[in-house]
Design a protein around this ligand. Structure first.
Ligand code: NAD
Ligand code: TYD
Length: 339
């Protein structure tokens, strides 16, 4: 079995590659990644020398390159993680989000269709459902919830989902889609809430909380997400969407306070800054379908996962310090200097 994993030098894709290599020693894993600012080859160091792993630097929008790789590798499965993923960046510059997240996904699906790939899995997000109000805790996103996006990022992800469903209906391409809640864990780029707050705490820098910090996200440890995708690949039904989430809703401010407490840093580092434009209030997944049909349940409790994540960032300072000191620093100045 050969699996092509796109975007595998990023956060979830890299965790998924390690998960696959461990769970399926007889599978060959090929990672296709453009290595944008969010892709980091050092993350894959632990896989690079393995005979059952290959890394190829390639843009998913490069049609000729994608077709050549697919012809050479003849994958049975393609899992698409490759995307521009940061909501704040999408607000600044939406164009690249449309290009990679919609056009790139389309190129991959064309190649899958033309070369007879047995499964195309699109890694999507709960953000395609828009948001829920803070005062209606009984509401959750199900697979039937209409798509109602807020940001250029979520719109581009919804575009890819719609295209995938169209390829299933029109061409019979065997697609599956997973829509997961916010992930956290090792190797997450320090522009996202949890690693950014850990990094800033460790540098005794201000902790920029948007608005009042009351927005709610449903947090899932990355390994639980990887296990869900693996299950969908093996037991999921083509043409189906699966929501993935852990019923673990937290307000941003409470997460930041937990990180301060665990690192022994004062809450006075917390700085409330101008809110994100169009900021989604609450995300909450109903994972009943994947539980009932595939037997999936999250295994890592938030307290344990957050503790493990903080420890990982403490033990891998070299990895993220290098990022924080590079291109990311320019981005940070641009995003937070006048906030
Ligand atoms: P990330 O930003 O950490 O990594 C994205 C990876 O994609 C990088 O390695 C980057 O180099 C690569 N990439 C970007 N453009 C590319 C292109 N044109 N061609 C090839 N490679 C390209 O992202 P992540 O947080 O690991 O998210 C992975 C996927 O999971 C995304 O599709 C995202 O929408 C989805 N998702 C993420 C979360 C989350 O909480 N992080 C939750 C639900 C779904
Ligand atoms: P983020 O990690 O960007 O994920 P998403 O927007 O996809 O959910 O942000 C998570 C939440 O944290 C979101 O409500 C925005 C908020 N946030 C801050 O308050 N400060 C920050 O510096 C960042 C990056 C995010």
């Amino acid at each position: 079995m050969t699996v092509i994993v796109t975007g595998g030098a990023g956060f979830i894709g890299a965790n998924f590659i390690y998960y696959l290599l461990n769970a399926h020693p007889d599978w060959r894993v090929v990672c296709l990644d453009k290595l944008t600012y969010a892709g980091n080859l050092s993350t894959l160091r632990g896989a690079m020398d393995r005979p059952d792993f290959r890394f190829v630097r390639l843009d998913i929008c490069d049609r000729a390159g994608v077709y050549a790789l697919f012809r050479e590798e003849k994958p049975e499965i393609v899992v698409n993680f490759a995307a521009e993923t940061h909501v704040d960046r999408s607000i600044e510059d939406p164009g690249i989000f449309l290009q990679t997240n919609v056009v790139g996904a389309g190129v991959l699906m064309d190649a899958c269709r033309d070369l007879g790939v047995e499964r195309f899995h699109q890694v999507s997000t709960d953000e395609v459902y828009g948001d829920l109000p803070l005062d209606r805790p009984e509401l959750f996103f199900t697979e039937e919830t209409p798509l109602r996006t807020s940001s250029p990022y979520s719109s581009s992800k919804a575009g890819a989902d719609l295209l995938a469903m169209a390829y299933w209906r029109t061409y019979g391409l065997p697609v599956t889609i997973s829509r997961c809640s916010n992930n956290y864990g090792p190797w997450q780029f320090p522009e996202k809430l949890i690693p950014l707050m850990i990094a800033n705490c460790l540098h005794d820098k201000p902790l920029p909380v948007y608005g009042k910090g009351e927005n709610v996200r449903d947090w899932l440890y990355v390994e639980d997400h990887c296990r869900a995708i693996d299950l969908i690949l093996q037991k999921g039904t083509a043409g189906e969407v699966y929501n993935v989430g852990g019923h673990n809703e937290m307000r941003n401010i409470d997460i930041v306070k937990l990180i301060c407490a665990e690192l022994g840093k004062p809450e006075s580092l917390i700085t409330f800054v101008t809110d994100r434009k169009g900021h989604d209030k609450r995300y909450a997944i109903d994972p009943a379908k994947i539980h009932a049909e595939l037997g999936w349940l999250p295994e890592t409790k938030f307290a344990d996962g957050l503790h493990a994540t903080i420890r990982w960032y403490l033990e891998h300072r070299g990895w993220w310090e290098e990022i924080v000191s590079g291109e990311y620093r320019n981005y940070y100045e641009k995003m937070y200097a006048h906030r």
